[in-house]
Design a protein around this ligand. Structure first.
Ligand SMILES: *[C@@H]1O[C@H](CO)[C@@H](O)[C@H](O)[C@H]1NC(C)=O
Ligand SMILES: *[C@@H]1O[C@H](CO)[C@@H](O)[C@H](O)[C@H]1NC(C)=O
Length: 180
């Protein structure tokens, strides 16, 4: 029952994002190799699939050229992980990745709007559904914290691309158990 409630609530949240998907410009000359490795989530738009604290991701290349995505979060005091796959769909547009976590799931967009590779990354997703658009945005960092002033100027980048980040919230990155 509780689960059903959470699912319904998520649907309501998603519908509240209805509106057209934005088509923001992405990182020029995106260098995937420099992007690989560990990223910590600093802020995000509400995402029903992320409920925990200490959210982090590690991207690494597999032998077959696909990207292994290891997402981790702390839920009920324990680190939990899920593995997915990312691909570059079109080598002409390397900053527009697709990511999938289940074999039945089509690749959903994962656009790197901006990154300096060493400290921050802005990632945007928008999926057209029949009746609404599901829109997500993340601020990632190479460390668990970023100065507020940096976060504010990164948020400006979303806003200047027409992305509504009024529902963006900070991810708790304290009390995290160390790497698993
Ligand atoms: C990220 O994943 C790769 C491949 O599994 C691993 O070698 C590397 O140690 C991981 N990095 C971190 C910081 O966990
Ligand atoms: C940064 O922002 C957070 C939340 O918005 C606030 O709690 C914290 O006090 C701020 N830190 C500084 C140094 O201004």
């Amino acid at each position: 029952m509780k689960t059903l409630f959470v699912v319904l609530l998520s649907v309501v949240l998603l519908i509240s994002f209805s509106g057209c998907c934005q088509m923001p410009p992405v990182q020029q000359n995106f260098d995937l190799n420099r992007y690989l490795g560990k990223w910590y989530e600093i802020e995000k738009l509400p995402a029903y699939f992320e409920k925990g604290n200490c959210i982090q991701a590690n991207y690494s290349l597999r032998d077959d050229g696909t990207i292994k995505v290891l997402n981790e979060e702390m839920l009920d005091g324990e680190m939990q992980s899920i593995e997915g796959t990312a691909i570059v769909k079109d080598s002409e547009q390397p900053a527009k990745l697709g990511v999938s976590f289940f074999f039945w799931q089509p690749y959903i967009p994962y656009w790197v709007l901006s990154t300096d590779y060493d400290s921050f990354a802005l990632v945007y997703t928008c999926v057209d559904m029949t009746f609404f658009h599901a829109e997500y945005a993340w601020i990632f960092s190479r460390s668990r914290t970023l100065p507020n002033s940096t976060v504010e100027s990164l948020k400006e980048q979303f806003t200047s691309n027409g992305i509504d980040i009024s529902k963006m919230s900070a991810t708790v990155q304290t009390g995290c158990t160390n790497e698993i």
